[in-house]
Design a binder for this molecule. Structure first.
Ligand code: NAP
Ligand code: GFB
Length: 331
């Protein structure tokens, strides 16, 4: 079977037939941000399938093949992954490594076997070398070890870039990747211990307001991050699907000037929640990587006029979503 799949059979630019776009991890934070955008600007030529883990375990090759056989996607946006914030990454380094290696191997191999014309996977700016110069750009992924707090996740994600290159060079596959920064928005994971900082602080602030207690921010609050709203990422993923032809990855990030401290983010969340109580810092907890300032110059070259949602507005929308959907939110 491997022999039959020659490079010339992959025609990533042939959009004459209907595109069947299968999104793995379609019910997660990024998947739901993408879905909102797909529904806002539908195209007759595109049929979208948003998979959930209930549809099949993508760390299992047989189950993954069943999904590809059933849906016969022409395009795949691969979002499914074991995901978590700093503290979950610190606790489960081996699980992050193994689970994500397994999922990525199953999905990319099936994309090859089922002649998928284009696959877009999701890396993260936390996978870049810890000791580096700033700003980080797309050429620097493999230049040195990642921050120790999340090396399991980081190495599994780095290997997607290597897999994409190898599938391209050996079989001519058009598999590429995007590199978003720290993402937030509606449908996030609001778990109090394992989530990323924005959903974690939104949930804590909600409880602090309800119970008349202080809001506890973990760490010093001095760490710096570039945050990306899931709805903006949804728009950028559709652009990537329709327009981005490189195998090499592209960083999807707000500008370097839009980097904010965790302290500032906590303040914005408290304001959006109309929380008037005390904000305290538990400095016994880790700050993680101090910063991972990324350049969005490549993105800006392709899309000079792209407008990111202002962070205050995006945080307000995310807080409102959480308050309105408290009962059903993942937490
Ligand atoms: P998420 O909300 O946790 O969504 C990930 C989804 O993957 C989950 O909804 C889960 O499906 C699915 N999944 C996990 N294991 C699976 C398995 N074995 N089989 C099938 N499906 C499985 O995470 P996200 O934030 O949307 O992340 C999407 C992508 O963006 C990931 O590749 C992540 O690494 C990347 N990324 C995220 C961030 C961030 O800050 N969140 C930053 C950079 C990159 P169910 O919900 O149905 O169980
Ligand atoms: O979003 P986050 O967990 O991940 O943010 P990273 C961690 C930063 O927020 C640290 C501070 O500086 C924490 O000290 N922080 C303050 C909190 N309060 C909280 C809280 O209640 N919860 C959390 N989680 N943090 C992740 C990587 O790094 O970035 C992942 O570990 C992933 O692999 C993600 O790729 C994008 O930005 O530090």
């Amino acid at each position: 079977m491997m022999e039959e799949l020659s490079a010339k059979k992959f025609k990533s630019d042939d959009h004459s037939e209907e595109m069947v776009i299968m999104v793995t991890g379609g019910r997660g934070l990024v998947g739901m941000g993408l879905k909102v955008e797909v529904e806002r600007v539908p195209s007759d030529k595109e049929r979208w399938i948003f998979l959930t883990s209930a549809d099949g375990d993508l760390s299992d090759m047989a189950a993954t093949r069943v999904l590809f056989e059933k849906h016969k996607p022409t395009h795949v946006i691969h979002l499914a992954a074991m995901v978590g914030g700093l503290f979950k990454n610190m606790k489960y380094k081996l699980d992050f490594l193994r689970k994500n290696l397994q999922i990525n191997d199953c999905v990319l191999q099936c994309c090859y076997e089922y002649k998928v014309k284009k696959c877009i996977s999701c890396l993260s700016t936390c996978i870049f070398p810890d000791k580096t110069t700033y700003p980080i750009d797309e050429t620097m992924i493999h230049n040195g070890p990642p921050h120790d707090s999340n090396f399991g996740y980081a190495y599994a994600k780095r290997l997607i870039d290597i897999q994409n290159k190898a599938y391209h060079e050996q079989y001519g596959c058009h598999f590429t990747s995007v590199i978003p920064t720290n993402i937030f928005g509606p449908h996030d994971n609001y778990d109090l211990n394992d989530s990323h900082v924005i959903p974690g602080l939104i949930h804590k602030c909600y409880l602090a307001k309800k119970n008349g207690e202080p809001l506890t921010v973990l760490g010093t609050g001095n760490a710096l991050r570039q945050f990306l709203y899931s709805k903006d990422l949804g728009k950028l993923l559709i652009w990537t699907l329709r327009n981005y032809e490189e195998i090499d990855p592209i960083i999807l990030s707000v500008g370097e000037e839009d980097e904010v401290s965790i302290k500032e983010v906590a303040r914005m969340i408290a304001e959006a929640m109309d929380f008037k109580g005390e904000v305290v810092h538990d400095t016994s907890k880790s700050d993680g990587q101090y910063k991972k300032t990324a350049s969005n110059a490549k993105l800006k070259k392709y899309l000079p006029d792209f407008q990111f949602t202002p962070i205050k507005q995006a945080i307000q929308e995310s807080v409102d979503w959480f308050v309105d959907n408290f009962e059903i939110a993942r937490k």
